[in-house]
Design a protein around this ligand. Structure first.
Ligand code: BGC
Length: 466
């Protein structure tokens, strides 16, 4: 298992306050992602009652957001090259506020679906731009931790949405559930106005002096900023970019493949199943309504807290060991939930609580590994000229696979069975250990430019960070 070195020395540079603040502001985009993912589950029941919605209508309301997000992720690539990361984050914030208000005021299911699509486009753009932006402003020794803050915001968003849904459920006010998220949207909008443009994008667009000013502020050291700029310029010597580079360059095709693979792995861990259907899983395990609601809130909280493990250790322990440890825990979690469901949890307290503990173990495993690490790696492995295109492809994959897993879960429970469904996800997670060993690089502490040099020199994917 190359790249696993737990005894590495701590990073030599100190964390710069300005770059941390910049990363945190950009990471707030994740909050909108999480709020959107989490809020609909609680609102759906009341929307169904008010508009008399069929099951199919409900599926359309839920999945319209993912369709919008997939569109947003694809368009994000080209737009962020043309207009820059900052303007894209701004437009995503504006769309988010508009979409939330549209949903809250919707007078028909059609309008609600339109509103959810607008929200989706916003979240698709944000999920493309935020990790990319953070990877481009962060120092290589703290890049992993800072991108993990983006994942932390996603988990906080989901948790807050679960809680607000639970509280608003007493009054059944779904319009408030959907509308209230406009407030963090406005806060994000104001925050983005304070962000500098990405220095890498500025160099890409020939605005080297501005890039130097930004990097100088972020690094606090003139020499470091100059060295980084010349490193970036060296990578820009590549003539083709985007899709042209994809067609012309087999090495770039490999990194695009890696991004797509990573996001597919993240979604096929089964995380979305737990996020969307936690109450249902608690019911299947034999808990009543109330317990299911609290169980869901605990799932959200454990998700938030475990993400701190990634923030604290991803730049010390490295990407590969954390990813492998996560997949091992997720395999055990899913396999045990399946087994407990197989033998029946209905009559035994011990088995019921066992299922909850194993579900929480799964969440811990995801939250410190595949959750943050996939976003980190996807924004690290693409060459500068193909970064927009490559991350566009991987983010698109995230949303499409998210939709596939979400839409098939209930059908799987009804066709292959409860236990078998969880075993299937356990098998996927076990297979991902192998895929990680075979394809995933260790990028801890390595500059984006060095990763690119290795990729373009044709090194095997799992060695491009060495
Ligand atoms: C994933 C989402 C998931 C969330 C859970 C994100 O990284 O992309 O699909 O719901 O983490 O925390």
């Amino acid at each position: 298992m190359s790249g696993i070195d737990l005894s590495a020395p701590p990073p030599p540079v100190s964390l710069n306050g300005k770059s941390v603040l910049t990363a945190i502001l950009a990471a707030v985009a994740g909050l909108m992602f999480g709020l959107d993912l989490g809020v609909i589950s609680g609102a759906l029941k009341f929307i169904g009652l008010e508009f008399n919605v069929t099951d199919f209508g409900k599926e359309c309301i839920v999945s319209s957001m993912m369709v919008g997000a997939a569109v947003g992720a694809v368009c994000g690539g080209r737009l962020s090259y043309l207009f820059g990361r900052k303007r894209l984050l701004l437009s995503s914030a504006v769309l988010f506020v508009l979409g939330s208000l549209l949903c809250a005021l919707a007078t028909s299911v059609t309008l609600l679906i339109v509103g959810r699509m607008v929200l989706g486009v916003s979240v698709g753009i944000a999920s493309f731009t935020a990790p990319l932006y953070i990877s481009e402003i962060a120092h290589q020794h703290y890049r992993g931790s800072l991108i993990s803050v983006y994942q932390l915001m996603i988990t906080v968003g989901i948790f807050v949405a679960f809680i607000s849904d639970a509280l608003l459920a007493y009054s059944g006010s779904w319009r408030w559930m959907l509308g209230i998220v406009a407030i963090p949207g406005v806060v994000f909008l104001l925050g983005v106005l304070l962000l500098p443009d990405s220095p890498r994008w500025l160099v890409l667009r020939g605005r080297k002096d501005e890039a130097f000013t930004v990097l100088h502020q972020l690094r606090g050291h003139e020499g470091d900023a100059r060295a980084e700029i010349s490193d970036i310029e060296e990578q820009l010597a590549q003539i083709e970019g985007g899709y042209g580079l994809f067609k012309a360059n087999a090495n770039f095709r490999r990194s695009v493949f890696l991004g797509i693979l990573l996001q597919t792995m993240q979604q096929f861990t089964g995380i979305i199943v737990v996020m969307y259907y936690a109450p249902r899983i608690f019911e299947v395990a034999g808990f009543g309504d109330n317990a299911a609601m609290w169980g869901t809130a605990i799932v959200g909280l454990v998700n938030v807290l475990s993400t701190f493990i990634a923030i604290g250790f991803v730049d010390k322990w490295g990407r590969r060991p954390m990813l492998i440890a996560g997949f091992i825990i997720m395999t055990i979690g899913m396999a045990s939930v399946g087994t407990l469901l197989y033998f029946g949890t209905g009559n035994s307290e011990l088995a019921r609580y066992g299922a909850v503990i194993m579900l929480l173990a799964f969440i811990v495993g995801f939250a410190f590994s595949a959750g943050p690490l996939v976003w980190i790696l996807c924004s690290e492995v693409q060459p500068i000229k193909g970064r927009d295109f490559g991350i566009g492809c991987s983010t698109f994959t995230n949303w499409v696979t998210n939709m596939i897993v979400g839409l098939t879960f209930l059908t799987l429970l009804n066709t292959i069975g409860n236990a078998q469904t969880f075993w299937m996800y356990a098998a996927f997670n076990a297979f991902f250990i192998y895929l990680t060993l075979k394809f995933v690089p260790e990028t801890r502490g390595v500059s984006l430019e060095q990763i690119e040099r290795n990729l373009m020199a044709g090194k095997p994917l799992n060695r491009i960070g060495l």
